[in-house]
Design a protein around this ligand. Sequence first.
Ligand SMILES: C[S@@+](CC[C@H](N)C(=O)[O-])C[C@H]1O[C@@H](n2cnc3c(N)ncnc32)[C@H](O)[C@@H]1O
Length: 253
Amino acid sequence: MEEPQDSHAQDVTKTAGEENCTDAKQEFYIKAQKYWSEVPPTVNGMLGGLGYINAVDIQASTSFLRELKIKDMHKKYALDCGAGIGRVTKNLLMPLFEKVDLVEQDPAFAEKARDYCVTDMGSTLGYPKRLGEIYNVGLQEFIPTPQKYDVVWSQWVLGHLTDEDLLKFFKRVKVGLADGGLFVMKENVSSSNSTVLDETDSSVTRPLTEYEKFLGEAGYRIIKITKQKNFPKGLFPVCMIACRPMAPKINQG
Ligand SMILES: C[S@@+](CC[C@H](N)C(=O)[O-])C[C@H]1O[C@@H](n2cnc3c(N)ncnc32)[C@H](O)[C@@H]1O
């Protein structure tokens, strides 16, 4: 999560040549799987050792959703993408939505989420039935049920997708949104105009302009962007971006 001082432009997610491309892509995903398999299934683990930012993160996300007037929306189903143990599901989405599904590639995190999302210090939380399906699969393969979700939330995971898979994922999410549904992403962005590779967890940090470009290409209209405040100094800036599918063009010919 820390922003390197001498960050340099590098993008392993674009590789020329079909065969090399497939190998590099496989390696990019396998390295990330290995990295996360060694991380403890705790809030601290989900936040790269900065567990103390959980409250301020959730507070800002709650305000962001409030400003988007989600209280006036249907709140039947939400989806948490790259959910880990369900930190966002439990603290942000379950209090607001009737049912929350999760997508998470790591099997131990997905299993932990079943308990973490419905209990607190041994007691069952108020609405255990709000926990929906847990899909233990990578976002690069996940196909949502069409028109199911009022909000799809994706946090600190999109840097684990290649550019090609990111665009395809954005397009599939659009299909998964219910009428009037929102896609929200909360991600680190680079301060420079370049994409920064993190070899340790096998992820990239893209500039905001890259995300805007891919969202546009996938057919979304961005309706709100807010920068996270009150995070410790030295981290990458974090942006919350809310968007809706663009209305289909009416053929006037
Ligand atoms: C920094 S943690 C964030 C977890 C959660 N979103 C949160 O904010 O607490 C990143 C999560 O993304 C998951 N992840 C990494 N690559 C993924 C992929 N290709 N598809 C789905 N999840 C992935 C990791 O296993 C990990 O749980």
